[in-house]
Design a protein around this ligand. Sequence first.
Ligand code: NAD
Length: 478
Amino acid sequence: MPNYPDIQLFIDGQWRHGAEGKTLPIIDPATEEEIGRLAHATRPDLDAALEAAEKGFGIWRNTSVFERYQIMRKAAQLLRERKDDIAWLMTRDQGKPLAQSAMEIGVGADTIDWFAEEARRTYGQVIPARAPGVTQMTMKLPVGVVAAFTPWNFPVNQIVRKLSAALATGCSIIVKAPEETPASPAELIRVFQDAGVPDGVVNLVYGIPAEISEYLIPHPTVRKISFTGSTPVGKHLAALAGEHMKRATMELGGHAPVLVFEDADLDNAINVMAPTKLRNAGQVCVSPTRFLVQENAAEKFIDGFVSAMESTKVGNGLDPETEMGPLANERRIPAMEAMIADAQSKGAELVTGGDRIGNQGYFFQPTVLRNVSPDSAAMNDEPFGPMALINTFKTHDEAVHEANRLPYGLAAYAFTSSAETLQKLGREVESGMLTVNHVGLALPEVPFGGIQDSGYGTEGGSDAVEPYLETRFVTALT
Ligand code: NAD
């Protein structure tokens, strides 16, 4: 069993305290104990990280893509070897069950491998010229220093997508990792250090998020921003990036609809959706939230789904029997309580759950509300907790209309046995990702990203490499 360490910044290849010696507490959400202290970056640390990243970019852009690939493959291998220890750290500060932490780290290693391989295929073009003796070609070059801002729900995976794309393409990076869940991000950075990434190429800071983003985004050294978090913060950071003509990828909030048609295999829909809803205690940007069930299927689906929610074992994520851990931080509890009270005041029926569990640790009951009014807060803002909202529909068009009612467009789910319905949904549902009859999201090789208020850019699949590259054109008469 590893000890939970105090966490330091990583700048220019060195683990260090913050320049002003400031620290923040790290809390175990299952026990509310302070388990460690986190170094907190201030302006001198950010300046050191910027200087290091600029130097690192000079080294890394001139490192061959094959050497970068080899170092990254080594990092992936180290991450796999250290998976169990890092999973324990992640569960300790984030709360999710150990098996989910281990799976996140395993997918993280696959992500590093995938980006390392994909960057070897970033081809330019030779473009046929109009005039004799003219050669025209494009080259793909790394964009430069990247600033990445990542949240606490997937401490490793939110970083590893940005970090892997940056490193594979020859960029350097400053990661502002989540203050609530800092240990596994630090261990992720350590595998790259141990694999031989040169000093300055990867830098890690923690601190006051707004202070760090307001300083790094406008800074001339930084050429690209990538942010994962809530839509309001994303809009603010995208505006700041735009003002300073910085490229940005924004992976923001969602409010995923789940369309269950009467021709679906309902047992499959229940068996797939109940654990997906409760994964990471519902603190997932693609979490299924607005369940829309066709009238004839409603009673069977709701009975089965509620009984699966009620039989889920909630507890400390370190206990191997636990299926759902606590919420990751204290502020999610009043947020959940307020949404439930608001929905009930607007006529919703509380079918199960609705309360905090015990008075130590941020545990919350799996909660199902039905007949939820569309003007309830929960039907419009991301609950980001173990809450499912179930309403019924009569016709296909009615379901699609409700699915598309909100400005979000991240993930959507559907259950149907009709190929025709499936085809129509693919065109009609306004979301970056649609998964039908199973959950097939967030693998390294497939696109991951939203449309509309859920942001722009993708963090998976071959399109995820391009935002870290510039296309340069060269034409020559010889
Ligand atoms: P929040 O909006 O305060 O923070 C969300 C994330 O953004 C955190 O990681 C935070 O450190 C970061 N952040 C906040 N302000 C920032 C700034 N000015 N500059 C840079 N980073 C900044 O919300 P919260 O209480 O941490 O989480 C609540 C809501 O955030 C959730 O309801 C959910 O909608 C959203 N969220 C989304 C994701 C996701 O995966 N898309 C992850 C975590 C939180």
